[in-house]
Write a protein that binds this ligand. Structure first.
Ligand SMILES: [Fe+2]
Length: 374
């Protein structure tokens, strides 16, 4: 028998309109002055104005930082810290997509423990207490609201650093599906495919345990019930709610286990060809699942998931990804000649180690070739 231990998860406050409870949530963690970390698009959509109204009504002061960038780098986190350092902030709210969450979490490391983000690459390196953090996602994808890691690019090299600490985990994840209605269609597609891949990779990875398996399966069930409607731009609020909760549960699955080879193969595509993360993972996922079919433990899980949707799993995944009509690998500029370098990079990615069936650098090359060859 294996031994295992679980990690904490945030308190979830979920359902249409729960943004109205943000003041209560901040109060419950002792917050009186919030730094609300977001981006200009979310402000424009009107959500930030609504959140500020709710907080002020609860007697809580708010300062808005709306200069979050996509794929934040160390300099972006430092800019947020400098903005906040002289404010009497006692609570952070990450309000937006994964980048707002990562910037808020990263800022929390620097405000409370000093230094720079690369000092925290790894897990559990923050010595001092951190400020309470509340996550309010406006996309249904990364699951960052339920993870204790901030993903930040190293200045200069663009290396994606995972900086984790149990103290960085959100105290509350507030999941209001009404906030996801305004996300641009392309963002909805790419984040949905990312969330799907999180559930599918976490469900079979070698770090899985009975608790992460529960999260991954329920995440898959929720995501599967909403994703086709989202990809066909026909999602009702109930589909969005399903996706949002599914993405958060997938985040909990990752927090309690790991990911796999599709994420390992996606990272070099993002780093070298600027392929957006959800797109890059979606390109790789079906071939990685075919590769995993040789591993009995993965097959057992795939069969369970297939029974939930009553369709062959890999074919269904390909169908769903096809609905997004994304460019293929060649369309992203990848040529056969580039494969050795991509394979070498994929083989060094941490997440790949936890794929249920092991891959050598050569195996990664073979999978890229299969994807490229169609
Ligand atoms: Fe992902």
């Amino acid at each position: 028998m294996h031994t295992f231990q679980t990690r904490s998860t945030p308190r979830l406050v979920s359902g249409p309109g729960v943004l109205g409870q943000l003041g209560e949530c901040v109060g419950s963690v002792g917050g009186t002055h919030v730094l609300l970390v977001t981006d200009a698009g979310i402000v424009k959509a009107g959500h930030v104005g609504h959140a500020v109204g709710v907080l002020e009504e609860a007697g809580i002061s708010v300062t808005i930082y709306d200069r979050t960038h996509e794929n934040p780098a160390e300099a972006d986190i430092e800019a947020c810290r400098q903005f906040a350092e002289d404010l009497p902030v006692d609570c952070l709210v990450g309000f937006g997509g994964g980048s707002s969450m990562d910037t808020a979490k990263g800022c929390n490391f620097l405000l409370s423990n000093g230094g720079r983000m690369s000092d925290y690459k790894g897990y559990g390196l923050a010595k001092k207490a951190m400020l309470p953090f509340i996550a309010v996602p406006t996309t249904a994808g990364t699951g960052s609201e339920c993870q204790s890691y901030a993903v930040v690019s190293r200045d200069g090299s663009h290396e994606k650093m995972a900086c984790g600490d149990p103290k960085a985990l959100a105290k509350v994840a507030l999941l209001d599906p009404e906030l996801t209605v305004s996300q641009p269609l392309k963002v909805a597609w790419l984040t949905a495919l990312d969330a799907l891949s999180h559930a599918l990779e976490a469900a079979v990875c070698t770090r899985k345990n009975p608790v992460s398996a529960l999260y991954a399966k329920e995440a898959f069930r929720r995501i599967a019930s909403g994703i086709e409607m989202v990809l066909q731009d026909a999602a009702l609020l109930e589909h969005r709610a399903s996706m949002q909760l599914g993405a958060a549960l997938a985040g909990m699955a990752i927090e309690n286990s790991m990911l796999g080879a599709a994420h390992a193969m996606a990272n070099p595509l993002t780093a070298k060809y600027d392929v957006v993360h959800g797109h890059a993972v979606a390109l790789m996922l079906p071939e990685v699942m075919r590769w995993n079919r040789e591993e009995r433990s993965a097959v057992a899980v795939y069969l369970e998931l297939a029974a939930m949707i009553q369709e062959p799993l890999i074919e269904w995944v390909e169908h769903v990804i096809g609905l997004a009509k994304l460019p293929d690998l060649a369309g992203c500029g990848v040529t056969r000649e580039a494969i050795p370098e991509l394979a070498a990079s994929a083989a060094t990615q941490w997440t790949g180690q936890f794929n249920p069936r092991r891959l050598t650098e050569e195996d990664f090359g073979g999978l890229y070739e299969r994807v490229l060859g169609g």
